[in-house]
Design a protein around this ligand. Sequence first.
Ligand SMILES: C[S@@+](CC[C@H](N)C(=O)[O-])C[C@H]1O[C@@H](n2cnc3c(N)ncnc32)[C@H](O)[C@@H]1O
Length: 302
Amino acid sequence: MSSSIHTSVLPAEVMSFLAVKPGTRVVDGTLGGGGHTRLLAEAVGPDGLVIAIDRDPAAIDRGARELAGLPVRFAQANYCDIPEVLDALSIDKVDGVLLDVGLSSDQLSDHDRGFSFDSEGPLDLRFDPTEGEPAWRMVNRMKPESLADIIFEYGEERFSRRIARRIAAVREKQPIRSAKEFARLVTSAIPRQYPPPRIHPATRTFQALRIAVNQELKSLRIALERIPTRLAPGGRLVVISFHSLEDRLAKQALRNKQVWECLTRSPVEASDEEVQRNPRSRSAKLRAAQLAGAPSDSQLGQ
Ligand SMILES: C[S@@+](CC[C@H](N)C(=O)[O-])C[C@H]1O[C@@H](n2cnc3c(N)ncnc32)[C@H](O)[C@@H]1O
């Protein structure tokens, strides 16, 4: 298996908001290419621990190999199951949690998984290829109206109905299978735009199906509810999202003053310099909070 090609977004900001101290324990709920995990592991040092979680078995295998020797324990799981992962390690509370949600560049470049538009492989789109329904089956099975709703809601795609109608027409002749064929089908359903848009015409539809197949919003909603129960007093949470619906969930959860003291009034975004270096960071939004009710530094000093 090749090395990770994923570039972590907002690395300095993640470390600053999590304020990780040596000897503490933190959860990275989205290991991905392992960049954030490595920074966290170096910050907790040999007396601390990072619990690195990912739904994708390939990310876990790669992480275990590339981060060998660092204080990291790996778990292939959904981050909404952080309490179960901690139970299995006999850990009650942790000092910080990071969620950098969505898709990694490693997944995008894996042509067998259908995340990229030119992939000859099946339109799968699952983070965990052993769980749930692949996207190709969903697009062959669902009623056009339901597909249109998903594409509109999760992809914010204004041509959702035309795309769903085209899917229905094409699959009548032959079931849809490859990602490349699906991207072509979506492109043909969308009127040509001038000037041509910056993104591939199928971007929003792929994103919508990926969110639906992986039930990404549900996982995030549950995780945001459960994480506070496993944070130590003063524990910190950082959420990085790439989609307005995800950011809205994080914003709403962190607004609850009984649970959180929000550390970011508005979301933190990547600098121009970072966007130039790592174009993926363009749409990243970071929100951070500290568990409410922790004594302030001045109280601790008394
Ligand atoms: C944007 S990447 C994370 C990149 C990582 N922070 C880094 O520095 O390389 C998102 C990762 O989260 C994983 N993921 C997405 N949803 C998940 C979930 N509900 N539970 C666990 N992992 C998830 C994906 O499989 C992917 O590997």
